[in-house]
Design a protein. Structure first.
Lengths: 257, 344
């Protein structure tokens, strides 16, 4: 049995009288990629914000490595090793890869002078770790020169540098071409191989299917389907499953292909 | 499903299959690309000087012309370099002329009162940084547009000086007897020592800009404040620090300008507003924030200082100076537009 990393039990969130989440159960094991699928308004972003500690759940319990954590907040989320990579506002594109990876936690020594050689070495190691190997790009390359998928790689490398055990990727491939999506998948597989966990969020099944071990489908604030890839077999079958539970996300997923 | 590459095979980047070195891999080219902004500015300077020298070789081979530029250039350098930081942080400061005048006023008052000029320099720097803190706090914490707020502060501080001094200047006749004057404002083998101090300042600031936490944070704050904030950079604090740094530079400029002239004028600093702004942008720092070049800004100040001397020295009347000022600015901007790519 895989080691449990994070578990949400019966998490509900209401804004006034509107229920955004109505009793969600979600678990993430060590070294697992969980695909979180749901349409706009399904409650994905509320769930992420609760995981990041930005929003407080109205009710429910959060367990980190089997232990319940009370007064969940952003600091405790970070302490638990949860890092969220947001799609658009994550990177300073005119700066180098090194600057982006160490943003806010520069390696500095005497009087705040940067330990530039050390930063570059560490950046190289991180890039290698997620499989970001290239003869063209070095840690001193400007992020703006990178493609969309490679930029996601920089954001993922940064999350790993922050000692993340669980990286939440918020629609990392939505705006990307097929080749770029493959690059992101490649990084995700490397991260998974290093024993870290990932929640991969998408509103299109085809964006998530090839990379996730397990799927959690959200609709209108509840989990309507939870299944593994082994159980499903193919993306088409997953869509069939979802259509059986009369889920609108399935139609949008099939429709956008 | 697409078969993805094994980790050891490079799947990233362009033209990875070619055996010969990619252009970006050649070390010389890498150095060139990383420094293209200020190298471009240097190119503009060299071309401009070549034209001046060709126009009047006799005037431009005399050291006196250069010595006079090198005496006044330091004041512009102390202002231009911190302004590069401000522009990189995606802000602007138009209040530095008044800050310079104010700090120089405090310097003059302390010297006039009979204290050691070193003490007066410390007082001037403290004044400049305090005013920078005031301006920065106003812009950042009251969340005002830096363009308009600093413009207002420039008028207000200058008005305060005029009100309190009744527009009377202060002459410091005994200044040239002091040690401070000998160290900061005399000549060394015919070279004005101010320029040596200013070059040291540019050098330290360039290191601070590229190799220090403060410099890097100024870059990321100007580039993507949301992201910087999310990653734990105290965005507001960094912005305020940049304004304090501008105040420090303005104070040094004020002290040096007063030492050159032995006199403090109530209008001290006023004439620097537009040339210094021009120097920053001629130097290759773009207006949108996130990137910039300290060395380029310094060369930009050199260009702007030489235009006036150069145009007159080349035999044209003083009426041509403004036109050539504008021409150089526009040509430089076109050059930088072509030389730099804006990443979004």
């Amino acid at each position: 049995m895989a080691e449990r990393l994070i578990e949400l039990r019966d998490i509900a969130k209401s804004f006034g009288r509107v229920y955004a989440l109505g009793g969600i159960n979600l678990r993430v094991d060590k070294g697992e990629v969980v695909g979180l699928i749901g349409d706009n308004g399904a409650g994905k972003s509320t769930l992420i914000k609760i995981l990041a500690g930005v929003l407080k759940p109205t009710s429910g319990e959060i367990l980190v490595r089997g232990r319940a954590v009370t007064n969940w907040n952003a600091a405790k989320s970070r302490e638990a090793g949860i890092e969220t990579v947001f799609q658009d506002r994550a990177l300073a594109v005119q700066q180098t890869i090194v600057t982006n990876i160490f943003m806010g936690r520069e390696l500095s020594g005497f009087f705040g002078w940067l330990r530039a050689a050390e930063e570059e070495r560490e950046a190289r190691r991180l890039m290698r770790e997620i499989g970001f190997t290239s003869r063209v790009f070095t840690p001193q390359s400007i992020v703006g020169q990178l493609s969309g998928g490679e930029r996601q790689g920089v954001a993922i490398a940064r999350a790993i540098y922050k000692q993340a055990d669980l990286i939440i990727l918020d629609e990392p491939t939505t705006a990307l071409s097929l080749t770029e999506t493959e690059k992101v998948f490649h990084f995700v597989r490397q991260v998974k191989a290093s024993g870290r966990s990932i929640i991969f969020i998408g509103h299109n099944i085809y964006h998530v299917f090839d990379i996730a071990d397990r799927f959690v489908v959200l609709d209108r604030g509840t989990v309507v389907l939870e299944t593994t890839r082994a159980e499903t077999g193919s993306a088409e079958q997953l869509i069939n499953f979802m259509q059986r539970v009369a889920h609108p996300a399935a139609n949008s997923g099939a429709g956008s292909q | 499903m697409i078969d993805i590459a094994e980790p050891q095979r490079e799947i990233l980047g362009h033209e990875t299959m070619s055996v010969e070195l990619h252009p970006a891999e050649r070390p010389m080219r890498r150095v060139f690309l990383a420094n293209r902004a200020w190298l471009g500015t240097l190119g503009v300077f060299v071309v401009m000087m070549a034209i001046f020298i060709a126009a009047n070789p006799r005037v431009f081979s005399s050291w006196g012309l250069y010595a006079s530029v090198l005496t006044t250039l330091p004041v512009a350098l102390f202002l231009t370099v911190p302004l590069v930081y401000i522009v990189t942080a995606a802000e602007i400061d138009l209040s530095f002329p008044a800050t310079m005048g104010f700090a120089a006023w405090i310097f003059a008052l302390v010297v006039q009162a009979g204290y050691d000029p070193f003490l007066a320099i410390v007082a001037a720097i403290a004044t400049g940084m305090a005013l920078g803190l005031l301006v920065g706090t106003l812009v950042v914490y009251a969340n005002l547009s830096s363009l308009v707020a600093t413009l207002g502060m420039n008028f207000m501080l200058r008005g305060l000086i005029l009100m309190l001094t009744q527009s009377k200047s202060i002459a410091l006749v005994s200044l040239d007897q002091s040690w401070a004057y000998k160290i900061f404002s005399s000549q060394l083998f015919g070279v004005p020592v101010q320029i040596l101090w200013a070059l040291a300042f540019v050098f330290v600031c360039a290191l601070l800009y590229n190799r220090h936490r403060f410099g890097v944070q100024v870059h990321v704050v100007g580039d993507n404040p949301d992201s910087a904030n999310e990653m734990g950079v105290d965005v507001k604090r960094v912005r305020v620090k940049a304004f304090v740094f501008m105040g420090l530079g303005a104070a040094l400029a004020g002290v040096f300008s007063t030492m050159i002239n032995f006199t403090w004028w109530p209008t001290s600093g006023d004439g620097y507003l537009l040339p210094v702004l021009a120097s920053v942008f001629v130097g290759g720092t773009p207006t949108w924030g996130g990137i910039g070049t300290v060395v380029g800004g310094a060369i930009g100040a050199l260009i702007v200082s030489f235009i006036q001397t150069g145009v007159v020295g080349a035999g044209l009347s003083g009426f041509y100076v403004q036109f050539f000022n504008g021409l150089i600015i526009i040509l430089s901007l076109i050059g930088h537009r072509w030389n730099q790519i804006r990443y979004r």
